[in-house]
Design a protein around this ligand. Sequence first.
Ligand code: AHR
Length: 766
Amino acid sequence: MHPTKSPPRERFIFLPAALIFTFAGTLTMLAATETDASTPTLQIKADQTTGKISPAFYGLMTEEINYSYEGGLYGELIRNRTFKADALPAPIKPENYAPAKYYPAKFAANVTPKFWSVINGSMVLDTNTPLNEALNVSLKLDASKASKSRPVGIANDGYWGIPIHPNTTYRVSFYAKAKSATGPLTVSLMHTASTNNQTIVATKSAGGKFEWYMGSGTNFSTATNSLKSKDTFAWRVGRMEFPIASAEVAKISKDWQKYEVTLTVSNFPANLMAGELPSKDNRLEITTTKPRSFWAKLWGKKATIWFQQVSLFAPTYQDRPNGNRTDLSQLLADARPKFLRFPGGNYVEGDYFNERFNWKQTIGPIEQRPGHRSCWGYWATDGFGLPEFLGWCQDLTMEPVLAVFAGYTLKKDYIPAGPKLEPYVQEALEEIEYVTGDASTKWGAQRIKDGYPNPFKLRYVEIGNEDWFDKSGSYDGRFAQFYDAIKAKYPELKIISTVGYEHPEAQRVHSRTPDLVDEHYYRSEEEMESQAFVYDARDRHNPTKIFVGEWATRVGSPTPNMAGALGDAAWMCGLERNADIVEMHCYAPLFVNVSDLGKGGSMQWKSDLIGYDALTSYGSPSYYAQKIFSLHQGDEVLATKAQNLPTYKWIQTGRTRNGVAQPPQTNDVTSIFYSATRDTVSGKLIVKIVNRADAPQDLKVEISGVETIAPEGQAIVLKADNRDATNSLKEPEKVIPVTETVTGIGTSFTRTYPPCSITILELKTK
Ligand code: AHR
């Protein structure tokens, strides 16, 4: 539909330096004050609210990108647990694709599985001995040569390491079957001590103990530990391995069976030096020393063991089975997000029809989930599937915002509206039933079976993702078909179009009135700041609300620096001021595994809110900006007016128009940003001030419409010495907010805001 034309609050792209009005057009302007004509001033009219902030204002968004789930939030510690990372790409065009049909992955012959290594024996992928239809490949290990002194087995180093903490119990499970082999199998967590590429030598001392030394050349003077002669250990140049915890599976069957053991790591595991744990320099090994029965050996039979779904979990957040990593969950919980937009992003679409997020293949027992190739270039086991997205919502008390596949993929394949699209519409209806249905419904009952007894409260459904890329013009029709079917069955649901008003009129949905449109903004700091007032200029009479479903200031890699946080804070002030039309928003992407930042490594998209490796994690300055905005939000937006705000010059280069390079353009961009809200429960006024300049800046705040403001208030300040300052694994808390008491507050007060700072003032009105 066309947004109804009405006088916008203000129309500009770049901010006028001297005067900024941020009232709805119908509101009365504030009376002129006696403020000096040049003093930067923010006037707040506390008796004039311009909108309510939706209770679901701040949310989360990410997808299977940057090893966000696999090797990230999802608690699985084994990389390529189902050996399907070698599946051959097999794109299917929509005309050859039957949505309800299962297309098993195919594999090349004689491949050794990625991310696995063999110990002494030999291994290969085997498509002739599948566990089941979904996991249609297995790892085949020839263990014939195993002996007590030369165990044979398989090993996995996890996602750039396996995190091991002392005093912790780990759960290992795997499927195995054997031919002419019986076991036992030893399951071990091995610590691989780093020797900084020095050579290791071991000698037997007089007391019968092995002593090991590290060094190079002839300098092996330092004995760093001693081992008992019974201890197993192995060494190579640069690496030495010790078992930290082991358990035995006594016997393996000739048929597929699931085996489970727990491994408890003690406070100070044998052979480890103090301070070696927690560590990520560990791996999981499954080995055998006695593979064959006496008779099998006598008859010269090969001892073969097959494995599938080898899994290792540390304790998860809130102990959820198949649940999430605790430190990452806690970082998120600390910022109190209200909703989760899932499963994507591009991830809902996939590159091809057979690589979309096919939700029905991501539910049920994890060994029945085939997995699929993520559009970000790696295999997703779908252990983190639709039920786990819901579990994540439950863990963090977030509302689900469900995006459904809408018949369009990243490689621009699509099915136009009509009968051929209908199966996908039905899939979406069933997916909604899975989320919201009770035990009397087919898919609600399935969710209950999957471990989630209570229906989830669902209010928002998004049709596709970024369909402005679809230049065929099919989105309007596709949207309408989904919209009509969903509204007919679930009239209370709000339906989101993926084409927002930041895109040309012609691409938007016209045949129906979307309840919301999803707008995406990935920008530089200067762009974010120059567009921070863009929503103040939007039409207030349009019944369609805004969902800013992806936004980020993309400065800093892998995670944003202070410049990113400043751009974000300027932008969030704009979202808050305009909460009457912006119903919700979420930063994206949320996560990045920072272990391997080279090409083809752990990052596909730079500037992500939270960074981590296998062991530790940190929030970027942008994370902290978001957190303090979320925790100090308020629920009513107050009318504000700014005068004489300082500006900076931004020379914008690299612009093109219709493919033609444009000359550099100089823009005046404001360098102070603001928003004012009220928390109606406490009565407090919350004033947010962002100073993006490299110098301190004064701002006078004048508050009308309240009798008094207490002289003492609270300030939450996020600042840094310079805009390049950032957090990292090494310095996770270099830039974090501090809370301080502020005095000298009243209905009119002037404060100096530090360079590169975000300040939230909480002011008492009683
Ligand atoms: O957040 C990363 C990607 O950016 C999302 O998958 C897509 O929707 C957007 O283009």
